[in-house]
Design a protein around this ligand. Sequence first.
Ligand SMILES: *[C@@H]1O[C@H](CO)[C@@H](O)[C@H](O)[C@H]1NC(C)=O
Ligand SMILES: *[C@@H]1O[C@H](CO)[C@@H](O)[C@H](O)[C@H]1NC(C)=O
Ligand SMILES: *[C@@H]1O[C@H](CO)[C@@H](O)[C@H](O)[C@H]1NC(C)=O
Ligand SMILES: *[C@@H]1O[C@H](CO)[C@@H](O)[C@H](O)[C@H]1NC(C)=O
Ligand SMILES: *[C@@H]1O[C@H](CO)[C@@H](O)[C@H](O)[C@H]1NC(C)=O
Ligand SMILES: *[C@@H]1O[C@H](CO)[C@@H](O)[C@H](O)[C@H]1NC(C)=O
Ligand SMILES: *[C@@H]1O[C@H](CO)[C@@H](O)[C@H](O)[C@H]1NC(C)=O
Length: 492
Amino acid sequence: MKSTSTIGAAAVLLAAPSVYAGLINYPPIPEDLTTPYQQRLAVYGPGAVSVGWNTYAYQASACVKYGTSSSNLNSQACSTINSTTYASSRTYSNVVILSDLTPATTYYYKIVSTNSTVDHFLSPRQPGDKTPFNLDVVIDLGVYGADGYTTSKRDEIPTIQPELNHTTIGRLADTVDDYEIVLHPGDFAYADDWYEKPHNLLDGKDAYQAILEQFYDQLAPIAGRKLYMASPGNHEADCTEIPYTSGLCPEGQKNFTDFLHRFGQTMPTAFKSSSTNTTAQSLASKAKSLSNPPFWYSFEYGMAHIVMIDTETDFPNAPDGQGGSAGLDGGPFGTTSQQLNFLAADLASVDRSVTPWVLVAGHRPWYTTGDSSSACTSCQAAFEDLFYEYGVDVGIFGHVHNSQRFLPVYNGTADPKGMNDPTAPMYIIAGGTGNIEGLSAVGTVPSYNAFVYADDYSYSSLKFLNETSLQIDFIQSSTGNVLDSSVLYKSH
Ligand SMILES: *[C@@H]1O[C@H](CO)[C@@H](O)[C@H](O)[C@H]1NC(C)=O
Ligand SMILES: *[C@@H]1O[C@H](CO)[C@@H](O)[C@H](O)[C@H]1NC(C)=O
Ligand SMILES: *[C@@H]1O[C@H](CO)[C@@H](O)[C@H](O)[C@H]1NC(C)=O
Ligand SMILES: *[C@@H]1O[C@H](CO)[C@@H](O)[C@H](O)[C@H]1NC(C)=O
Ligand SMILES: *[C@@H]1O[C@H](CO)[C@@H](O)[C@H](O)[C@H]1NC(C)=O
Ligand SMILES: *[C@@H]1O[C@H](CO)[C@@H](O)[C@H](O)[C@H]1NC(C)=O
Ligand SMILES: *[C@@H]1O[C@H](CO)[C@@H](O)[C@H](O)[C@H]1NC(C)=O
């Protein structure tokens, strides 16, 4: 999200930037150029995990050693694709896929380098495993420190250096054994807000890259340890978020370029069906062929089928698409209707006896508090009927910088059954995790809103209790206090 007042602030700063020359906050380049940074894991398929990382040099061979004992990493997998980079980037993205993993098992892994350490992760639960698990949702999370924000000055330009006590990342680190997987549907780093910092104004191209490097270094203790699922937001589109100025960006910083390099090979396509129903199998195979990670895809984890959608491009009047309302001119990334055809086939393919819970996560919401401009009406027109028709349980969104929970609702009308076996999806917003733009005011609250919080940074934690009960909590990042807790009952 972007408030228009910052445009004026940037214009004032642009007038006298000379004293700030040479202050771009690039992290130091290590002596050993094989050193892995910005580690990120993801569910890549049933029994498969992708390991992504960046290096300060091209790697002719990218490999990961792994095993179920930290002292015996007896397997090794290597990349089938080379390190990739783009013109203004100092780093190269690498990815290795680990397959045939035993489900829900701790694996130790070491990215092969003369300067790396052993870390570990829990492999994905098999589709249909009904063991309870927790999933955290963080959206709209920006860099912390001199180029971003601090915990104390939420609405001012901060001046302190990054620490892992960045409130939301710090809380995810402190509670690392309490959740198995993280969803992050859009808005990473806020590198495109580089112009908010006077010291960055002389060299936006490098400032943008420096913020990305810092942010993904800060995220690595979480994303390198937990399955961390990414999809796009408006801040991935282009190196400047000021509407209609995307012409100021060099070519390599437009059109979701960094996002594609970082996550394009690490996110999964839709899974092959684990249903015995042949109709479900053929619909899942259609969904797989139409999926387009990291923009739109789905995966299964235990009792959940989770779809990640792209609310930025690739549907009629998409805000970040060519000629879209945000003026960011991104995409398209698929053929006409590919994303919507994917979503219809994917949702229709779900066998609820295998994965009773169906969640869809995207960036821009259509149900939100605040002024009407915060609601993405073209997203609603494209997606809401599909959610309703196929019985999506929860829609997960961000973009508005606070926490919100809505009662089950369809077409602006609350479901009369409320949380007790509704037909309509319920919706949450988990955009209050913290970034340079600050928190969004609560504003107008629709009657079907059940909770809204904008006083401090916060995020959401979903607890899959069993096949019929899903608990949704909102957590205050600085304290760990539960701000709101509700249970959705679905007979499925
Ligand atoms: C080894 O990696 C660490 C970061 O993990 C880095 O701080 C250090 O500079 C690296 N050492 C060399 C020799 O590059
Ligand atoms: C990777 O790079 C090497 C050396 O430049 C090249 O020979 C090889 O074809 C590349 N592999 C792929 C899959 O692009
Ligand atoms: C972050 O941690 C450092 C070192 O532990 C501490 O000095 C600093 O005050 C903390 N910052 C915030 C904002 O909590
Ligand atoms: C098989 O799946 C299709 C589509 O999901 C569904 O309409 C149909 O009822 C299922 N058939 C059986 C026997 O479960
Ligand atoms: C953005 O990238 C996609 C995929 O490479 C491409 O099809 C599309 O034309 C690009 N859009 C722009 C505006 O360059
Ligand atoms: C949605 O609500 C609007 C009025 O708010 C109504 O005109 C429209 O027919 C409704 N659409 C559906 C599909 O119920
Ligand atoms: C599911 O969990 C809820 C909340 O703990 C509990 O009340 C309910 O009995 C459980 N249902 C089943 C079928 O185990």
